[in-house]
Design a protein around this ligand. Structure first.
Ligand SMILES: [Zn+2]
Length: 179
């Protein structure tokens, strides 16, 4: 990957040998590895049996989870927040695991719509919940720094499964809790 970054630096008309850029290919490659580390992670390792029996049947919500991802069309960041809620059905997931699941999928090349659905379906699979709701709000550098240059537009996506899809009251509760 270092070699490829050196070629990119050349292709934009820079000199990869000049002092300021000498170590840039190495650093850029390391950063890219970090930003896409979700490909090296597995759900089993992340959840690591942190599933606990519970009688709770009220909504569990983790909101404002920081989210950093890369758009698969331009390899530019999109940055925002994820809100994840579910209604347990006999099992709950360790709280930090929700954020780690968000991270695992965000640290890949993504489109926001797909990321939202992947998180929702995974929470559903892991917990067997009666319903799952995920909302992501994010700003996309590919819109802000290039193209239409719309600096303030925020993209919102949602995925609603089970009772979040079938019951208006559950959806309304979720939406009011994240406001
Ligand atoms: Zn893009």
């Amino acid at each position: 990957m270092n070699e490829h970054y050196a070629r990119i630096i050349e292709a934009i008309g820079e000199d990869p040998q000049r002092p300021g850029l000498k170590d840039t290919p190495k650093r850029a490659a390391k950063a890219m590895q970090y930003l896409t580390q979700g490909y090296q992670q597995s759900l089993d390792d992340i959840v690591n049996e942190a599933i606990f029996p519970s009688d709770c049947s009220e909504m569990v919500l983790v909101k404002d989870i920081e989210l950093y991802s890369l758009c698969e069309h331009h390899l530019l960041p999109f940055i925002g927040k994820a809100h994840v809620a579910y209604i347990p059905n006999g099992k709950v997931l360790g709280l930090s695991k929700v954020a780690r699941i968000v991270d695992m999928f965000a640290r890949r090349l993504q489109i926001q719509e797909q990321l939202t659905v992947e998180i929702a379906e995974t929470i559903q699979d892991v917990t067997g919940a009666a319903g799952v709701g995920v909302i992501i709000e994010a700003k996309h550098m590919c819109m802000m720094m290039r193209g239409v240059e719309k600096q303030n537009s925020v993209m919102k996506t949602s995925a609603m499964l089970g009772s979040f899809r079938s019951q208006q009251a559950t959806r309304t509760e979720f939406l009011s809790l994240i406001r």
